[in-house]
Design a protein around this ligand. Structure first.
Ligand SMILES: Nc1nc2c(ncn2[C@@H]2O[C@H](COP(=O)(O)OP(=O)(O)O)[C@@H](O)[C@H]2O)c(=O)[nH]1
Ligand SMILES: [Mg+2]
Length: 201
């Protein structure tokens, strides 16, 4: 897929404030610092598109970007937002889970995982939660340029093994590097296909 246009659309503080839309949505989520903004910029070829999500006050909002006038990329707040107090964190979780569970035009969630670490409890818990709620998702292991391919593979295998404890099949898995552009083509190809299937449906 070629990216012809990518524009920031709107930020929403909760599900009710999300724009009405019939276009398929692809939501990106992961722990903060996982490389989400970098991946969004790489995918869209816009080197400060996701900057808007990093502006003070926007990091805890659902940010919508319209791509090629055909689909929406949705930047979700990082889960496990460590600095938020109990009440803020709770509100944030409700907002994200509300969006993920109830958004009708959500096509797929991209769960970003830092390939440099062994499977983290929070990431596993989140994938288990997605499975429980039957929300379609794929895994994206980020920052692959930072470690040797054997380490990347070891961490992917470990994650798969941990997931097999609570899930039958396994999700689609991608690897990416915002530095080298690895994985960009494959991820965009997957979205392209999902957009076609979504229109048919
Ligand atoms: N080497 C390398 N660094 C990356 C990559 N992706 C992100 N980073 C760096 O990791 C840090 C966090 O990235 P950012 O995209 O802001 O993460 P976010 O908090 O998930 O949005 C920044 O310093 C990025 O430059 C990558 O693929 N390779
Ligand atoms: Mg960011």
């Amino acid at each position: 897929m070629q990216i012809h246009s990518a524009q920031f659309e709107i930020s929403a503080p909760d599900l009710d404030s999300c724009p009405e839309s019939d276009l398929p949505e692809f939501a990106f989520i992961g722990r903060s610092n996982v490389g989400k903004s970098s991946l969004i910029n790489t995918l869209t070829n816009k080197h400060n598109l996701a900057m808007v999500s990093a502006k003070p006050g926007k990091t805890r909002l659902i940010n919508f970007f319209r791509i090629n006038q055909k689909w929406d990329l949705v930047d979700l707040p990082g889960y496990g937002y460590a600095k938020a107090s109990g009440q803020t964190r709770n509100k944030f979780n409700v907002m994200v889970s509300d969006y993920l569970v109830k958004r009708d035009n959500l096509s797929c969630v991209f769960v970003l995982i830092d390939c440099r670490h062994e499977a983290q409890k929070l990431d596993l818990e989140f994938t288990a939660w997605l499975i429980e709620y039957q929300i379609p998702f794929v895994l994206v292991f980020t920052k692959t340029d930072k470690v040797k391919p054997t380490i990347v593979q070891k961490h992917i295998d470990y994650f798969k093994k941990a997931m097999s404890e609570f899930c039958d099949g396994l999700p689609r898995i991608y690897t990416c590097s915002a530095k080298t552009g690895t994985g960009r083509k494959e991820i965009l190809q997957f979205i392209d296909q999902a957009v076609v299937n979504f229109s048919r449906y």
